[in-house]
Write a protein that binds this ligand. Structure first.
Ligand code: URA
Length: 241
């Protein structure tokens, strides 16, 4: 990889600014000042500092966002607030995207990455990756609701849901739903199918990774090493070097 690309991908500098910093003698490669922006570097073994600060290169970025209501799960939108706006420029320029979508009014855990293969595999219905949602609904759920969810609901023409786990609380107007797939407006349509209506929906976990309770709506953090391992294992992808 070129030195200017590495510097730009590790921080807030654009490629042009990285080039200027290198030409100004601010980049040190393995203890020696390097002034050629196109110098080849291996992020796995070369030590690079910029203005004295060591650079840490990550092949992929994995983060969790507590999605607030009102944001669309898109990477850009001309008219509505979108989740990528909540990330700083150095993350946005890496081309982060959400692993699966949440409706505009749905809140909670959104895993964001630039690792396309892992995202694609984690979303494949064949991998049965679990997503847990908490909900509130308009009217108390009937006694047979759990069984209807467990048997698989038909929510549209030829659209059949895989077995899902419905766990209402004592009020039967709130609880959790666990899905292993992600059809368009799936939970809302499942509730409509049984004559009810979702009044709030929040994703609590994805692939066994729970939403960090310390993240306020709109806040994000990098996934921990352990969480990255959990995600990659669920997706069946190799650990990136
Ligand atoms: N099901 C829905 O209906 N909406 C979501 O955002 C997620 C699951």
């Amino acid at each position: 990889m070129r030195l200017d690309k590495l510097i730009s991908e590790c921080g807030t500098l654009s490629r042009k600014e990285a080039t200027a910093a290198i030409r100004a003698g601010q980049a040190i490669l393995n203890g020696v000042v390097v002034r050629e922006p196109d110098r080849k570097v291996d992020p796995a073994c070369d030590a690079v500092t910029l203005c004295g600060a060591p650079l840490v290169y990550r092949k992929y970025i994995y983060a969790m966002l507590n999605k607030p209501a009102g944001y669309v799960s898109a990477t850009d939108d001309r008219s509505l607030p979108y989740v990528l706006e909540l990330f700083p420029p150095e993350y946005r320029k890496r081309g982060l995207f959400p692993v699966g979508r949440l409706d505009r009014d749905t809140t909670g855990l959104l895993v964001m990455t630039d690792d396309g293969q892992t995202a694609h595999r984690a979303l494949s219905p064949r991998r049965h990756v679990e997503k847990v949602y908490s909900f509130t609904c308009e009217s108390p759920l009937p006694e047979n609701a759990e069984e209807r969810f467990r048997l698989g609901l038909k929510i549209g023409e030829g659209e059949e849901c895989k077995p899902a786990t419905l766990l209402p609380d004592e009020s039967r107007t709130a609880g959790t739903v666990t899905l292993t797939e992600g059809k368009y407006h799936q939970i809302k349509r499942m509730f409509e199918r049984i004559g009810n209506k979702i009044t709030s929906l929040k994703r609590e976990s994805f692939a066994g990774i729970p939403l960090d309770p310390t993240l306020a709506p709109g806040a994000w953090r990098d996934l921990t090493e352990e969480e990255i391992k959990t995600l990659l294992a669920a997706a069946g992808t190799e650990t990136p070097e």
